[in-house]
Design a protein around this ligand. Structure first.
Ligand code: URP
Ligand code: ZN
Ligand code: ZN
Length: 463
């Protein structure tokens, strides 16, 4: 039997193993793994000698084409998934937003419309719930049956996204029954709003006050409350974009008690700090996202949390707004700066570089954090998140030695700055395959808009 593609001589890496092997692909799936697979009948051969063969990255937290603060995020599903692919990420889970008064189904349909015909690689959605009358509880069940098996709830942004504790508790109880997973934006939005109003009244309007008005205690308190509500509901909970040690401690304590509590962090919290606001003029707006940047000492605590499984996932929270015209909406008032930063492209290299190349954890742990655990928690495993016979051939030929200096001049995201400008990473993708098709090769995009498919996900499974 012939193969569509045969990857030869690479070091195959999964969350548990590293070994030299060939990987054969037919009809978009991995069909055989072994040494010395017959080359004669392969249509295409990729030589991966000296390289890692990794399962495609899975980024479970992105905001493409998302309306926010009077504008919308700068990458759509075509430019965003393409930039992700350049960085070795082949699956995204984005967020469909239910606005007040809408059904959850309306949100899902709207985001399906945004993505279809555009995405270059596979995608799925969480549903953001901003309004939860009892009628929507049955709709949560219906969405779960249709493969939207996770929901994001906000404890911040009062009047916009924030849900009250009663509604949060109801949603958690619903997922305890329907097998879904709640992703929580954990910050005490009501307290933060008081601090923000005081800052504005005192004339503190520069970008850095976005960070100075959102204390770590507000994140830790909400994280503890989210965990308590989930425990009372008998439901798992996943804390998104965890940024600081105080919140990490709440997650660690809950996990030590055996609760099904999980958390992700993002590269910006591992590489950047409040010192990034020490830039001239309005430049600090580039770092306005939520939760905000913290003091530098938190970074090592988060790296350690990744190593020791107190944190289980690295996502990006990619939510890009151009500095010119978009971030500038808040030139005179930090509360009007659209919240979010660009990061979809460099997650794999930043985490490999800081995690593996700098000796903090193994290459297997790296794969677990950026691909396998996201797949398991969000119902995509083993179709995605590993390299095994029968899995989708979403694969990355990754050069662990290749160095690259991140810059807006060379990145592929549709945004006019990089949060990580000038940072040199070690480890870059050489080629990227999505369901067996090469979509990035020799730094060129060779895929196709619309080739990505919507992924109906299975239920959350406890890890
Ligand atoms: O600032 C951020 N993180 N913007 C995106 C929305 C969110 O809260 O994840
Ligand atoms: Zn959030
Ligand atoms: Zn987000």
């Amino acid at each position: 039997m012939g193969f569509d593609t045969l990857i030869v001589n690479g070091r195959v890496v999964t969350a548990t193993d590293t070994y030299t092997s060939d990987v054969a692909i037919s009809n978009g799936k991995v069909t055989a793994i072994g040494q010395g697979l017959p080359r004669e009948n392969a249509t295409k051969i990729i030589d991966a000698a000296g390289k890692y063969v990794l399962p495609g990255g899975i980024d479970v937290h992105t905001h493409l084409d998302m309306p926010f603060g009077g504008t919308k995020s700068a990458d759509d599903f075509e430019t965003g998934t393409r930039a992700a692919a350049f960085g070795g990420t082949t699956t995204l889970i984005d967020f469909a937003i239910q606005y007040k008064g809408q059904t959850l189904r309306t949100a899902f349909d709207a985001w399906m419309e945004k993505a279809s015909g555009k995405a270059v690689a596979d995608y799925s959605f969480h549903c953001i719930i901003t309004d939860l009358p009892d009628a929507q509880l049955e709709e949560m069940n219906a969405l779960v049956r249709d493969g939207v098996t996770s929901f994001k709830l906000f404890m911040a942004y009062p009047g916009v996204f924030m849900l009250d504790d009663g509604s949060i508790f109801k949603a958690l109880r619903a997922t305890a029954k329907n097998g879904g997973l709640v992703c929580m934006h954990a910050e005490n939005g009501s307290a933060i709003d008081v601090i923000v109003q005081q800052a504005l009244a005192d004339g503190k309007k520069a970008p850095k006050y976005h960070a100075l008005t959102r204390p770590t205690t507000a994140e830790a308190e909400a994280t503890a409350r989210a965990i308590a509500l989930a425990e009372m509901a008998g439901a798992p909970v996943y804390i998104v974009h965890l940024s600081c040690n105080e919140a990490l401690e709440k997650v660690r304590e809950a996990r030590d008690r055996g609760l099904p509590v999980y958390a992700e962090t993002c590269p910006q919290y591992l590489y950047l700090s409040i010192e990034n606001f020490d830039v001239p003029g309005f430049e600090g707006a580039k770092y306005v996202f939520t939760p905000p940047l913290r003091e530098k000492w938190h970074q090592e605590k988060l790296w350690n949390g990744l190593k020791r499984d107190h944190l289980q996932v690295v996502s990006t929270d990619h939510c890009p707004f151009c500095f010119k015209e978009q971030k500038e909406l808040g030139r005179d008032d930090f509360t009007k700066i659209p919240n979010g930063g660009p990061g979809i492209e460099h997650r794999m290299s930043l985490i490999y570089s800081g995690g593996v190349a700098q000796g903090r954890f193994s290459v297997n742990r790296f794969v677990e954090l950026v691909s396998t655990t996201p797949a398991k928690l969000f119902g995509l495993y083993p179709r995605k998140g590993t390299i095994a016979a029968g899995s989708d051939a979403d694969l990355v030929i990754f050069d662990p030695e290749r160095k690259h200096t991140i810059s807006a001049k060379t990145h592929h995201m549709r945004v006019d700055y990089s949060m990580f400008e000038g940072i040199q990473v070690t480890g870059m993708p050489d080629a990227v395959l999505s369901r067996g098709r090469v979509i990035v090769e020799a730094d060129k995009f060779v895929g196709r808009a619309g080739a990505g498919e919507f992924l109906k996900r299975q239920l959350y499974s406890q890890q």
